[in-house]
Design a protein around this ligand. Structure first.
Ligand code: NOJ
Ligand code: CA
Length: 695
């Protein structure tokens, strides 16, 4: 694997074996994180397995039950006896093919507990805990059982007994969609949830529940185990017949994960989910390249184009060439083209039979591919299955071969519609396996993926780094055809959905009110400067400039979108409070430049952003795009003030964010000596802007 390097690896194990007498129904083992701050306790009490979790000496998860239930075999959640345990430690530094940092430390202490059913000697189960400085993962392993080839899991009895009364951010459990606004309130108000779910305790500790390495298993949702206390229980997405997981032995479940941080910002630099996945299975990854893209896309969502053929058809040969010219002129590498293929008339009709190798007559795919190549622009293909999986799977091979022949190196897939086969859910085991088949098929054809209506990310991109980004979020498009996403939405996403993996949110709308669409009630609920800031705040290795290209012409602020990278070597969180504001600095992987994105909710704010992450003793030119005079998302979203000044690591940038506003900054290293302090102050009240030491 190209970038993989082991800088330091240790792995040692200590075994302890117990006899299987009656005492084995009760036992206790514990382990801590490498820094000693996280303590995981496993207990067997009367044959029932429990785990609990402590962080900085505080109880976060009170003793919580564990186990699996099967059809036709004794359950493994009670009447268990302890057989043995094993401890191990691991430390390694690895380099992701792309990411928000360029090197990741995978360092944990592991505790493995071997149990078996009291009444059947030949039905053992392992529980594996990995305890990191930034959280915990645990999974069940069912090894080969004598004479048993496969099992049906009817239930997973993992519980999370939340200690105390933390505040929580969640979306209600849904077996088919994650495209919802986040709810926020005390634990009592949560009844069911998709993961990730994020908690803030009164003492300021933050944690998050999710899963990692979701492979050949059902997606996990959570439900309240009982109404009176704080116990959440795993609720797996079922098959149509009610079975949760149909598995060959040996079976290994996904990791149940608990990410931990002393503050909100710390959650954003955790690599727990990636670390709990296997290293890359793709050896030569040189064809996997993060990029920005424009698209024949927003026009369909605001109703000025259609996906299907007709007078308003978006994907015509002429329009594709116009978009290719724009991309080439503005150094945007990619162009997404939706609505190019036969069958869109059947979308959402109940029939839904698109053809993935047959372009519409007014779209000359061969010519568009030729023209794109000539202009050095990469087409991003589109497969909208509409949820008709058999129709898509039947064409999978030919569809990817077709695009590969035409030089297409990335494909956006979609599952918008009712799932077929009927009774299957987007997030059940059947679909988890389908999504994985598509990732592998795409890899065979050297194609990167952007999956819409996906299964949630669980770190798979480490193993299959062509799995670039995905939706699984209530994205920009909701502003086009619904009441939209309120200003606070993007101040919640990094701490919730974003903890799972990259998001194809599709920022960059400049015409925030899109009046030409004839819907005065529809709009984007941010200022323009905040649209720029989202490129830094919402991490994705494929990042769209989502607006109609004509809305970018002659817009000085578009310069930021041209400049901003999509692949980073370092990330620092400068300010963070879930649902209120977040400011993040990231370093370009291919230069010495830094970028900052800061966003706020519906409140105007002044955030102090210390630039101590800059190289000491050097001077940087700061190009600042902030909310202009009188800007606010509701009445005056467009003014952007673009200023340039000098900055050093000793400076603090004062970011004045309008209501629903934001600020984007590029910091370019320009000299070897830095002695020019910079202050940037903008006062909303008297609309004065003061700049000192303009570069
Ligand atoms: C829903 C996707 O999220 C959106 O991006 C796409 O344009 C439509 N489906 C059509 O495929
Ligand atoms: Ca969608």
């Amino acid at each position: 694997m190209r970038f993989f390097s082991l800088s330091f690896v240790t792995f040692f194990s200590i075994f302890s074996i117990s006899s299987c007498g009656l005492d084995s129904l009760n036992m206790h083992k514990e382990t801590t994180s490498p820094d000693g701050k996280v303590r995981l306790v496993f207990q067997l009490k009367g044959g029932i397995p429990y785990y609990s979790l402590f962080y900085h000496g505080h109880s976060l998860i009170s003793p919580s039950k564990m186990g699996l239930r099967f059809k036709g075999y004794s359950h493994l959640d009670s009447n268990l006896v302890f057989l043995s345990s094993e401890s191990a430690s691991f430390s390694q530094v690895w380099r992701p093919v792309w990411g928000f940092t360029d090197s990741i430390r995978n360092n944990y202490n592991q505790l493995t507990i071997l149990l078996r059913q009291q009444d059947t000697a030949h039905r053992p189960m392992e529980i594996v805990f990995r305890v990191y400085d930034d959280g915990v993962g645990f999974r069940y392993r069912i090894p080969d059982w004598d004479g048993v080839d496969s099992v049906f899991v009817t239930d997973e009895k993992t519980q999370f007994h939340i200690a105390g009364k933390p505040e929580v951010w969640w979306t209600p459990a849904n077996y088919d969609s994650y495209e919802m606004l986040y709810q926020n309130g005390p634990m009592d108000s949560l009844k069911t949830a998709n993961t990730p779910v994020t908690f803030r305790r009164e003492d300021g500790l933050h944690f998050n529940l999710h899963e990692a390495d979701l492979t050949d298993y059902a997606g996990m949702t959570l439900k309240k185990a009982d109404e009176t206390n704080n116990v959440l229980e795993c609720d797996l997405v079922p098959w149509p017949d009610g079975i949760k997981v149909k598995a060959k032995l040996p079976l290994q479940t996904p990791w149940r994960t608990i990410q931990l941080s002393r503050d909100a910002g710390g959650l954003l630099t955790s690599h727990l989910i990636q670390n709990l996945n296997e290293p890359s299975k793709i050896e030569n990854t040189s064809w996997i390249q993060p990029m920005k893209y424009v698209g024949i896309w927003w026009g369909m969502h605001i109703g000025v184009f259609t996906w299907h053929q007709g007078p308003k058809h978006g994907a015509t040969t002429a329009r594709a060439k116009q978009y290719i010219d724009f991309a080439a002129r503005h150094n945007i590498p990619g162009l997404l083209i939706e609505g190019w293929n036969e069958g869109w008339e059947t979308w959402l009709s109940g029939k839904n039979t698109p053809d993935f190798t047959k372009p519409y007559p007014d779209f000359d795919m061969e010519e568009v591919a030729r023209y794109a190549k000539e202009k050095d622009v990469r087409i991003i293909g589109h497969h909208e299955s509409g949820g008709n999986v058999p129709n898509y799977e039947a064409q999978l091979d030919s569809a990817f071969r077709y695009y590969e022949r035409l030089g297409v190196r990335a494909v956006k897939t979609g599952y918008a519609g009712k799932m077929h086969p009927e009774g299957q859910h987007h997030h059940g085991q059947f679909m988890v396996n389908h999504y994985r088949r598509v990732v592998k098929k795409a890899a065979q054809h050297h194609i990167m993926l952007d999956v819409h209506e996906p299964i949630k990310p669980t770190g798979l991109s480490r193993t299959w780094p062509n799995m670039m980004t995905r939706e699984g979020v209530r994205g920009m498009e909701y502003n086009a055809w619904s009441e939209g996403n309120p200003p606070e939405h993007t101040t919640i996403l990094p701490f919730t959905r974003g903890l799972a993996g990259p998001m194809d949110y599709t920022p960059g709308i400049f015409d925030l009110t899109f009046e030409q669409a004839g819907r005065p009630d529809r709009r984007v609920h941010t200022t323009l400067a905040k649209q720029l800031a989202l490129y830094v705040v919402l991490y994705s290795p494929l990042q769209m400039a989502a607006d109609l290209i004509e809305n970018y012409e002659n817009q000085p602020a578009f310069r930021f979108i041209e400049d901003v990278p999509v692949d980073w070597s370092a990330t620092h969180v400068l300010q963070a409070r879930i649902g209120d504001y977040v400011a993040i600095a990231r370093k370009d992987k291919h230069s010495e430049d830094w970028y900052i994105g800061a966003v706020t909710d519906e409140q105007a704010r002044l955030l102090e952003l210390p630039l101590s992450f800059l190289q000491a003793g050097k001077t940087y030119r700061a190009e600042i795009y902030c909310d202009g005079s009188g800007a606010d998302w509701q009445d005056n979203p467009l003014p952007v003030e673009i200023t340039t000044c000098a900055a050093t690591s000793a400076d603090t940038l004062k970011a004045a964010l309008a209501k629903g506003g934001g600020m984007a900054v590029r910091l370019i290293k320009v000299s070897e000596t830095g002695d020019k302090p910079v202050m940037y102050i903008k006062d909303f009240n008297d609309k004065q802007i003061e700049k000192i030491n303009t570069f």
